[in-house]
Design a protein around this ligand. Structure first.
Ligand SMILES: [Zn+2]
Length: 82
């Protein structure tokens, strides 16, 4: 289980049930187990605190926009900064 956080303000965005290793480039809506402080704004999913744009919303998934800020989901603390 990953806790996805905003890289700018460290606000918790959502909890994601990740299967396998590697980077999170897409987040399937069905695997988001808990929503914290994320917000839907038009086509985008933004941080509820600083409005940093996290992802683009598609039918069944979120496509992560800030790929260069992603930390591989291999760290022991299970945090992923977006
Ligand atoms: Zn933020």
């Amino acid at each position: 289980m990953l806790t996805i956080k905003c890289a700018k303000c460290k606000t918790k965005l959502f909890k994601y049930k990740k299967i396998g290793q590697g980077r999170v480039l897409r987040c399937w809506k069905s695997k988001i187990t808990r929503l914290y402080d994320g917000e839907v704004k038009g086509q985008n999913f933004v941080c509820g605190n600083c409005e940093n744009i996290i992802a683009e919303i598609k039918d069944d998934r979120l496509d992560i926009i800030v790929k260069d800020l992603l930390i591989p989901a291999l760290k022991s603390e299970n945090n992923c900064l977006l």
